[in-house]
Design a protein around this ligand. Structure first.
Ligand SMILES: [Fe+2]
Length: 244
């Protein structure tokens, strides 16, 4: 059987390919893509570190729990940005279109609160209770990550389709700039730490060339210092070439 030709006859929904990616339409601005790559990396990192924690090291436990805490803060900030800037744009153009993801966000807010409670329990548990508290936190964080991965796919396919139908790329870039302006300067470097190393080379080059042109040199040097430790050698060489 010729799988390729059989798939070619099927609608996108029957081939696991998001409708958004299945169309050969001109490239549009995808407002979720870069930040979601950063969030997926932060989620994977925190979950993996929690799974590998050294139960005999108070220092390592503290570092790992701080990483989980940072992740929960990123997730809370991100859903606030989406509610305030993207869901409002969707509702203005197509009333009711953000409801599914808004309901997910309400659930995520509650889960973040529950995870913070579990995090505090792991921080304050005595030696006997600590292993169990870390194990429960690991499992619950894994479920939260799984829910977020599925949720982000809806945003990058269905929500993006709605935004593309009702807004131009210039409109979407203006919304994106409003989100960036809303992020407190002291939080921006944390967002860049997760996004810039975890996008592809071309996306990284595009973002960093823009920053290089717009930022004072000292601030751009701080961004480079933040990003480089999280790149491998070939990525560092590529970045140097792209910024030259
Ligand atoms: Fe979301």
């Amino acid at each position: 059987m010729n799988t390729r030709s059989a798939n070619a006859r099927q609608p996108a929904s029957a081939t696991c390919m998001p409708a958004n990616d299945a169309q050969a339409a001109p490239q549009r601005h995808e407002i979720y893509q870069l930040v979601h790559k950063g969030l997926r990396a932060a989620m994977s990192d925190a979950l993996t570190r929690l799974g590998r924690v050294d139960l005999a090291s108070a220092e390592n436990i503290g570092d790992v729990l701080a990483a989980v805490d940072d992740l929960l803060q990123l997730c809370a900030e991100h859903l606030d940005h989406e509610n305030a800037f993207l869901h409002s744009a969707m509702e203005k153009a197509a009333p009711g279109s953000s409801k599914r993801c808004a309901d997910d966000h309400a659930h995520h807010v509650k889960t973040i609160g529950d995870l913070k409670t579990r995090l505090d329990e792991a921080r304050t548990a005595g030696a006997l209770g600590r292993e169990r508290a870390l194990k429960v936190l690991y499992r619950l964080l894994a479920v939260f990550v799984a829910e977020n991965l599925a949720h982000m796919e809806i945003e990058e396919s269905a929500n993006t389709d709605i935004l593309h139908r009702h807004y131009s790329d210039a409109d979407l870039l203006a919304i994106e700039h409003r989100i960036h302006a809303h992020i407190k300067p002291e939080r921006m470097m944390t967002w860049l730490r997760w996004i810039l190393p975890n996008v592809n080379r071309q996306q990284r080059a595009m973002m960093m060339r823009g920053m290089q042109a717009a930022m004072p040199p000292e601030l751009f040097a701080d961004v480079l210092d933040t990003v480089k430790p999280h790149l491998n050698e070939s990525e560092r060489v590529a970045l140097a070439a792209d910024l030259a």
